[in-house]
Design a protein around this ligand. Structure first.
Ligand code: ATP
Ligand code: MG
Length: 258
């Protein structure tokens, strides 16, 4: 379970990227983060990876305050989170196969183990035929799938895809979303930052909407955090039946009055 507890992130130049952001994501959920450019979506990913620390508030993963983790525990944390960055971060002078194998190589798995795993993962993302090509030889959708493949090599419990359809035509975009759904159905918690209203509206998944660093809508919580201000918040407040999620989210907005 992922908990963001009253997270504020102000950068040294005083930009407040997130302000008093609170949400809980259960294991196995599929959540969209939406909101205009600069709303704070990528900042959430960077906090989750503990690349940056919150100015105030606590990020918990499986109950653990990640800011208290020793430096030598950070790689283990990051292996739990498959991060697919907005700019892919692929190595240009490495083939698809080599890019995907990179993390496993650092984990000192045997060559045979790595080869088998890479092959399996490339099959999952539909890139078997492209294994020996370099990033410059790939389409946008294929680059995105390479980045997803690389993120899957640690068998992460959580996958965060930052704007995975941003540079893609609608059909390739949908293929990526279908792939993320498939990964989610296999048990991985999936978080997707996106600008695509079409995808978000079609999928009927939980939506957390940010605006200028604040949550203005969370279709699962039924209440925005703004409305909660002043209330005493308990962990139990955030727990709801996950299975109701898909049917209830349209009603959620109306339930705010309560
Ligand atoms: N290292 C930094 N130093 C100063 N300001 C930063 C830093 N990183 C991000 N910001 C600012 O924090 C705010 C949130 O940025 P963030 O990247 O989280 O937005 P985003 O929602 O991911 O936007 P986009 O949809 O364009 O990717 C922006 O105003 C951004 O300029
Ligand atoms: Mg971003």
């Amino acid at each position: 379970m992922i908990v963001f507890e009253n997270i504020t992130k102000a950068f040294p130049n005083r930009t407040v990227a997130l302000e008093d952001v609170t949400f809980t994501i259960d294991k196995g959920e599929f959540v969209f983060f939406i909101g205009p450019s600069g709303a704070g979506k990528t900042t959430i990913l960077r906090l989750l990876l503990s690349e940056i620390k919150p100015t105030s508030g606590i990020v918990r993963i499986e109950g653990e305050d990640i800011s208290l983790l020793k430096k030598n525990k950070l790689p283990a944390l990051r292996r739990q989170i498959g991060a697919i960055f907005q700019d892919y971060k692929l190595l240009e002078d490495h083939t698809v196969k080599e890019n995907v194998a990179m993390v496993s190589e650092m984990l000192k798995r045997t060559n045979e183990e790595i080869a088998t795993q890479v092959e399996e993962i490339l099959a999952t993302v539909g890139l078997k035929e492209k294994a020996d090509l370099f990033p410059t030889q790939l389409s946008g959708g294929e680059l995105q799938r390479t980045a997803i493949a690389r993120a899957l090599t640690t068998n992460p419990k959580i996958l965060f895809a930052d704007e995975p359809t941003g540079n893609l035509d609608p059909i390739s975009g949908w293929e990526i979303i279908k792939l993320l759904q498939k990964i989610n159905q296999a048990g991985t918690t999936v978080m997707v930052a996106t600008h695509s209203e079409e995808i978000v509206n079609a999928l009927k998944k939980r939506i957390i909407e940010l605006e200028k660093g604040r949550i203005v809508r969370d279709t699962k919580e039924a209440k925005t955090h703004k409305e909660k201000t002043g209330e005493k918040k308990t962990e139990d407040d955030s727990k709801e039946d996950k299975h109701k999620e898909e049917t209830q989210e349209t009603k959620a907005g109306k339930a705010r009055e309560e």
